[in-house]
Design a protein. Structure first.
Length: 264
């Protein structure tokens, strides 16, 4: 019996099928953080963690206060400059397979928002990425300093923006409300596919936003920083490739074009 409902999910690519060429328009990694030591004071549990950016690829961290006091680790990271004194940082935690960390770091304002994505099996064989948002003060003068979080923003609502990631990959985003947006592939392996996903948006600075979403069909998340003044986006995709059963994490970048704005 035909229901008249088309199941397009059978056409969805695994996350690994999107990667080739997706980074063509990505800005180069920056070395501006190399040699810096930064201390982060977390809003939730008043934990303090020191990050030592040893070079452009390696960082070491140590928990100075909080539930994990005394814990240490070393990670391989990538940092990309988004705007003056504002950076996008990406790494996978070596000690916790299946966990991704991203940071919107604003050195000028002394604030950062971290997005911790964890791959979880919700049902047998059914995975998704859960996101946690952590707000911090950077280089506080004391453990008693107040942490001022980046505020959630609805500045993108009503905008329709085209993002060109490469000569092959182009998508448009339609920002519907504070927790829903629609993506539509204009060119590339997913051409013609579209969906509406759960999203979150934080204002990092004037015209600079941290925008994240997780997908309901493909077990993955995206974390991007959008600079509407320079009309660029920088971010990454992280999730489980359901064909290879491997964890995939890759960074990307795009040129942005404002197509229209709807005023409600």
């Amino acid at each position: 019996m035909k229901t008249g409902i088309i199941d397009e999910t059978e056409d969805w690519l695994p996350i690994g099928g999107l990667e080739p060429g997706f980074d063509e328009n990505k800005p180069p990694r920056t070395e501006e953080l190399a040699g810096k030591e930064l201390t982060f004071l977390f809003e939730t549990d008043r934990a303090m963690v020191r990050y030592d950016f040893r070079d452009a690829n390696t960082l070491a961290w140590e928990a100075l206060e909080g539930p994990e006091k005394g814990a240490t680790g070393e990670e391989t990271y990538e940092a990309i400059r988004v705007a003056p004194d504002i950076y996008f940082i990406d790494y996978l935690r070596k000690s916790r397979p299946g966990q991704s960390v991203n940071m919107a770091l604003d050195l000028g304002a002394g604030r950062a928002t971290l997005v911790v994505g964890t791959l979880v099996e919700e049902e047998k064989g059914i995975y998704r990425v859960r996101q946690e948002f952590l707000h911090t003060a950077v280089n506080p003068s004391s453990p008693n300093d107040k942490v001022i979080p980046h505020e959630r923003s609805m500045d993108l609502v009503g905008k329709r923006v085209k993002y060109t990631y490469s000569s092959t990959h182009a998508y448009e985003h339609v920002y519907l409300n504070d927790h829903r947006y629609t993506w539509h592939c204009l060119s590339g392996p997913e051409k013609g596919l579209a969906d509406t996903e759960h999203c979150d948006c934080f204002k990092i600075a004037p015209d600079v936003y941290l925008f994240t979403w997780w997908e309901r069909v493909v077990p993955c998340e995206a974390v991007v920083m959008i600079n509407l003044e320079e009309m660029r986006s920088i971010g990454k995709l992280f999730g489980l490739d359901t064909d290879s059963n491997e964890i995939i994490n890759f960074t990307m970048g795009s040129y942005a074009e404002l197509l229209n704005v709807t005023t409600y």
